[in-house]
Design a protein around this ligand. Structure first.
Ligand code: TYD
Length: 203
């Protein structure tokens, strides 16, 4: 049986990365084979592109094209082969991030990102997307307290407002695969919700 494809999304500072380990552990405890991966990245080439994407200034459309170039490689080398052999895939970000950051944040035309989505994914969509949502002020405050920021994390509060709206809009248009997680609660409370979703998903 084909594996399931699960993605984690949210603004920088929304807290998604804190839950990856418990998500993998929950699925493994169900006896499932799981691959944990991330975007941009997930392959040798993709990780090189990630370095450029997170640190080099570039035109917004160049950024979009490189995100999808990395994604093409990721799907071909990691995601699709895993799903075919029945392994579940958990990816820290996927295409919803391109709609939120490149369309919402940078203003790249939606139709262009949709064209890349169809080209690169050929119908592949996540089966489940956990969208970690926090007020923009919370995310910005968390980032200010954290390590050295990358190119995206140095953006303005207005940029993050557009990212959040971009994500929420995407969740509204594809409600069947999205689960909205309120990330503005104690870590353990959020973790409890996340684990419950993963214990029941796909049964
Ligand atoms: P992130 O996943 O937050 O990693 P870390 O926790 O190490 O900071 O960083 C990846 C950044 O890339 C994030 O700011 C969002 C951005 N991004 C896009 O702009 N578009 C995309 O399609 C993807 C996958 C990520």
């Amino acid at each position: 049986m084909r594996g399931r494809f699960i993605t984690l999304e949210g603004m920088d500072g929304a807290g998604k990365s804190s839950h990856i380990d418990s998500i993998i552990a929950t699925l493994a405890a169900r006896g499932l084979e799981v691959v944990s991966t991330r975007e941009p990245g997930g392959t040798q080439l993709g990780e090189k592109l990630r370095e450029l994407l997170l640190h080099e200034p570039m035109h917004a459309e160049t950024e979009t094209l490189l995100m999808f170039a990395a994604r093409r490689e990721h799907i071909a080398q990691v995601i699709e082969p895993a799903l075919v052999r029945g392994t579940w895939v958990v990816s820290d970000r996927f295409t919803d991030a391109s709609f939120a950051y490149q369309c919402g944040g940078r203003g790249v035309e939606r139709s262009k990102v949709e064209a890349l989505e169809h080209w690169v994914q050929q119908g592949l969509q996540p089966d489940l997307t956990l969208l970690f949502d926090v007020p923009v002020e919370v995310s910005v405050a968390r980032l200010a307290a954290a390590r050295t920021p990358d190119k995206f994390e140095r953006e303005s509060i207005e940029f993050f407002r557009r990212i959040r709206n971009g994500y929420l809009l995407r969740a509204e248009t594809q409600p069947e695969r999205f689960r909205l997680i309120d990330g503005n609660r104690l870590l353990d409370v959020v973790r409890h919700d996340v684990i419950e979703i993963l214990q029941n998903f796909g049964r």
